[in-house]
Design a protein around this ligand. Structure first.
Ligand SMILES: Nc1ncnc2c1ncn2[C@@H]1O[C@H](COP(=O)(O)OP(=O)(O)O)[C@@H](O)[C@H]1O
Ligand SMILES: [Mg+2]
Length: 291
């Protein structure tokens, strides 16, 4: 079990309706523990992006409250700006975020706005570019970057702001295997460094393996939340959210039903599942490649 951690960000009964009358969030509450890897999981249109806009101080809730480190965030501009400094949002669409003429300037923009200059600024930008493997591309025009590089640039630009919490909207959507691996590697480093990460996705396999806390979204509400193996044990809930069980979990359950693996810790990734399989009888399967 993970240690009990202080909540860093909380949504309490949040409601939000778009000007055209679409109800996007309805009395939505959740807790983001400090240092956690939280996945918001839900079908398209469930309200994940809308919640991010509110949590990052880019839109005001119609009702309800956001709390940062236990204190309610007021509705005035000053408090929203303070929230924006503490909570960084990496947009799903890089084109919506990128605007500077070079990679370096894109990443430097936020820190310059925060008042950083000289060596402190250089160091901050350098660190963000190094963490996202973009240092070599620092003088390039973002326009000419690949989609995967653009996604990493957006991550770097938010990272350079040194926010307490990073909200990542579908950070691996549309990426190939290698680019996905890179982004997940960067997130792992950030997690190890103590950063709080919240990731919105509709990828159940990724959420199940990556997160230590999962919230299931459905039609602007949180339908369930907790440790991944607990949340996904409720198959009816997952179905209600328009999602499916993770492949690793489905396969584990099928093996258990057939008595092919013993009970115990539910595997969260393929390696853990394979480790549960009984050893192959001597002489059988020898010389085959690994997984
Ligand atoms: N700018 C907008 N104007 C009107 N409705 C919107 C707008 N953006 C999102 N919505 C609606 O709000 C709901 C939640 O959307 P969104 O937060 O984008 O969900 P998700 O990120 O989970 O896919 C959906 O019904 C969507 O159609
Ligand atoms: Mg979205």
């Amino acid at each position: 079990m993970a240690a009990v951690r202080e909540p860093v960000l909380e949504a309490v009964d949040l409601c939000y309706t778009y000007p055209d009358g679409t109800v996007a969030l309805e009395n939505l509450s959740l807790i983001i523990p400090a240092g956690a890897k939280v996945a918001l999981l839900g079908a398209n249109g469930a309200g994940k992006t809308t919640l991010f806009l509110l949590l990052a101080g880019l839109a005001r809730p119609a009702a309800g409250e956001i709390r940062f480190r236990g204190a309610a965030v007021g509705r005035n501009r000053r408090e929203l700006l303070a929230l924006r400094r503490s909570v960084g949002l990496v947009f799903q669409d890089p084109e919506a975020q990128i605007f500077a003429p070079t990679v370096w300037e894109e990443v430097a923009f936020g820190p310059v706005n925060q008042g950083l200059r000289g060596e402190t600024l250089e160091e901050r930008v350098k660190a963000a570019l190094a963490a996202t493997a973009l240092w070599e591309l620092r003088d390039k025009a973002p326009h000419f970057l690949s989609y995967g590089q653009k996604k990493r640039l957006c991550l770097a630009a938010v990272l350079a702001l040194a926010p307490a919490v990073m909200l990542l909207d579908e950070p691996t959507a549309g990426l190939d295997v290698e680019q996905t691996h890179r982004v997940l590697g960067i997130l792992e480093e950030l997690h190890r460094a103590g950063r709080t990460l919240v990731l919105a996705t509709h990828d159940v396999d990724m959420a199940y393996t990556w997160a230590d806390t999962v919230y299931i979204f459905g039609r602007g509400q949180v339908l369930g939340g907790g440790a991944p193996e607990v949340v996904f044990a409720d198959a009816a809930l997952i179905r209600r959210a328009g999602l499916r069980l993770p492949v690793v979990l489905s396969f584990y359950q099928a093996l258990r039903e057939r008595g092919l693996v013993a009970g115990g810790k539910v595997p969260r990734d393929l390696a853990a599942l394979v480790a549960l399989l009984p050893p192959v009888a001597a002489g059988v399967g020898e010389g085959r490649g690994g997984w």
